[in-house]
Write a protein that binds this ligand. Structure first.
Ligand SMILES: [Zn+2]
Length: 219
């Protein structure tokens, strides 16, 4: 029942309404701040070039563009948001050492996805993968998921001597997300704390050139 009511419900009309309210306020109160602009001109009486000062109204600036872009690319999904933004994906991808080619990243309450993937056939699978992370993060109260990830990642790197890519795949959080993202019913069937099973049931994961998952037993 809980799963059904919390199913991914697109909330776009409400977001658009919020965006309009916010932008109306923003435009009226924040963007109509006059500023002095110095323009080079000529002095008709003396004939020498002087600088005249005019007062201008800015209607758009960098921050309004950023806010506009965030509001228009935000979707509310019941217990988390999906935000399509490439600079934020890139920025966070670098922080967690996924590099510039990170496709999506999840920090509850946000799933941040590169906007160019909106029309990509992998989008459903990608959102399912990240929604699994949202559930894990909520169950482990955020901090628990970072501790678990860090602990398993470094264990894989230094004790199991795996490379960085394999260490990432080795963590229970990624094992659960990668091995179930193809199953469209997984989020409905999933039991709470399902991630704990993957602490002791690891598979060697890799991807083919076209992105299909290969699962193999650890030798
Ligand atoms: Zn993941």
């Amino acid at each position: 029942m809980v799963n059904r009511s919390l199913k991914n419900i697109p909330f776009r009309p409400q977001n658009t309404f919020l965006a309009i309210c916010f932008l109306t306020y923003w435009d009226k109160h924040l963007l109509h701040i006059p500023f002095k602009e110095t323009v080079a001109g000529s002095n008709p009486s003396g004939g020498t070039r002087v600088k005249s000062t005019t007062t201008t109204c800015v209607r758009t600036n960098r921050w309004s563009q950023i806010c506009y872009s965030i509001f228009m690319n935000l979707q509310f999904k019941g217990y988390f948001f999906i935000l399509y933004s490439s600079p934020i994906t890139r920025f966070l991808g670098r922080i967690v050492s996924l590099g510039d080619n990170a496709m999506a990243i999840t920090f509850w309450p946000f799933i941040i996805i590169r906007p160019d993937l909106k029309t990509n056939p992998v989008l459903d699978e990608l959102i399912r993968h990240e929604t699994i992370h949202i559930r894990q993060q909520l169950e482990l109260l955020l901090i628990g998921s970072w501790i678990l990830y860090g602990f398993e990642y470094f264990y894989a790197l230094y004790i199991k001597k795996l490379d960085k890519r394999q260490a990432y795949y080795y963590t229970a959080l990624e094992q659960e997300a990668h091995r179930n993202a193809m199953n469209p019913n997984y989020l409905n069937e999933r039991k709470p704390y399902a991630v704990l099973w993957y602490l002791f049931n690891k598979k060697h994961l890799s991807r083919t050139a076209i992105g299909d998952l290969i699962e193999q037993d650890f030798s």
